[in-house]
Design a protein around this ligand. Structure first.
Ligand code: ADE
Length: 421
């Protein structure tokens, strides 16, 4: 640790953290290959980098790849409740990464960590939710001339980047990692699907079979959650605002209705919309005694917990990550993980196997930004599709799966328009 700057819970947890980081690495073959190449080629040599991410075993493996590439990296938490303290300790002690992240940190500490990270005078920012980029624009515009570019991990962060672009504030290239096919098809769907149920089960130990689960939002995350809840034997209701996604949910076999109608029917409510106050006071007021409510969207404002508190006479913690709100008429509503991402607050986030592809995209986006320094337009970019396909090819090879390739006849046909009926 010696001279590595940090603000973490307990350096004594480092050995346990290293063991878990190595465990995750076994399921991250693509990122491992990138790390090995980065070790030789040093594509990020000397680049000052700030990464704002959930500090998990998977993120630790991303940090290892970035450091192997020569980056001078500082890592901060992207959520007050998602840090794994043993991982933070291992990164500092065993991998020489400067980390500012403590599970359960206050909002003040969270904000302080963002501003400490900005003191690093970053050239590259890897963001998850866009808090670092937004803070830089608001508080530290003096840093803008040094910025080579940023990458964004999540749907919510990209929504914020689009709003910045609309306001004419996006004065650097940004790569929408979330929009890569090897990211959202897998991380958002299978990752969120599994880890959200994992968080609910670890927090409550309830049986999902036979329960009514209400999923609010049918984007890639909502699709994954609804699919996995059905797989566990739940009756799933979907709430949506987008008519096309609503039809998708119907044709996937789910009941669709407004959240106000679903409120008295649900045993478990899960928000994955990216929006605000999706479950509000009027909905809480209609819920059954014992209803369980949680959020797996990026920010904690999907549930209006202020409104719930106003309806309640008492709030108490009944299990780790479970708060019981008692309403005036005696009904109780259980809120998991303080309304923050339940999969990271009450469980360990997405498994390594999907984060492998997400973080391969992150590492390759960092390299792409540096390689194309000064060339890319100041707007939101996708990584080239060939990179996406290459990540998928390596992943398939690691899974020991081979697939067909096109014959010359197929290629010719696919490139022609002459032959038809
Ligand atoms: N987001 C969701 N799951 C994650 C994980 N395991 N690591 C980092 N970010 C995540």
């Amino acid at each position: 640790m010696s001279n590595i700057k940090c603000d973490i819970k307990d350096i004594g947890l480092a050995d346990e953290g290293r063991q878990r980081i190595e465990w995750a690495e076994r399921d991250m073959p693509v990122l491992r290959m990138i790390r090995q190449r980065f070790e030789e080629e040093k594509p990020l040599a000397g680049v000052r980098l700030v990464a704002c991410a959930h500090v998990t075993t998977e993120t630790a493996n991303l940090a290892r790849a970035l450091s192997a590439g020569g980056a001078d990296a500082v890592l901060i938490a992207s959520n007050p409740l998602s840090t794994q303290d043993d991982v933070a300790a291992a990164l500092v002690k065993h991998y020489g990464v400067s980390v500012y992240a403590i599970k359960g940190e206050s909002i003040e500490t969270y904000v302080k960590h963002v501003s400490i990270a900005l003191e690093h005078n970053p050239q590259l920012i890897i963001d998850d939710g866009s808090d670092v980029v937004a803070t830089m624009l608001k508080d530290r515009p003096d840093l803008l001339p040094n910025i080579i570019g940023t990458t964004e991990e999540t749907t919510t962060g990209i929504t914020r980047l689009r709003a910045m672009a609309k306001d004419g504030r996006l004065s650097f290239p940004a790569i929408a990692v979330n929009d890569a096919q090897t990211k959202h098809f897998f991380d958002n769907r299978y990752g969120t699907g599994q880890s959200t149920l994992d968080g609910i089960i670890r927090a409550t130990n309830i049986l999902l079979a036979g329960r009514t689960v209400v999923v609010s939002g049918y984007g890639w995350c909502g699709k994954g959650v609804a699919m996995r809840a059905r797989g566990m034997g739940s009756n799933v209701i979907v709430a949506e605002i987008n008519p096309i996604k609503a039809i998708e949910a119907i044709m996937d076999g789910f009941r669709v209705m407004p959240i106000i109608e679903a409120a008295p029917l649900g045993d478990v409510f899960i928000t994955v919309t990216g929006s605000r106050h999706v479950i509000d006071g009027t909905h809480f007021a209609r819920m059954r005694d014992g209803a369980i409510v949680c959020n797996s969207g990026h920010f904690d404002l999907e549930l209006n917990l202020t409104a719930l508190k106003e309806l309640s006479t008492d709030v108490r913690t009944v299990r780790p990550w479970v708060e019981e709100y008692k309403l005036q008429d005696g009904r109780r509503i259980m809120v998991l993980g303080e309304g923050r991402l339940v999969n990271l607050a009450a469980a360990e986030g997405h498994p390594a196997s999907v984060m492998d592809m997400s973080f391969a995209n992150q590492a390759l986006s960092a390299e792409y930004l540096v390689k194309n320094k000064g060339i890319l337009e100041n707007r939101i970019h996708l990584l080239p599709e060939e990179v996406d396909l290459e990540i998928a090819r390596i992943k398939l090879a690691a899974m020991n799966v081979s697939i067909d390739s096109q014959t010359p006849e197929m290629i010719e046909y696919m490139n022609s328009w002459q032959s038809g009926t």
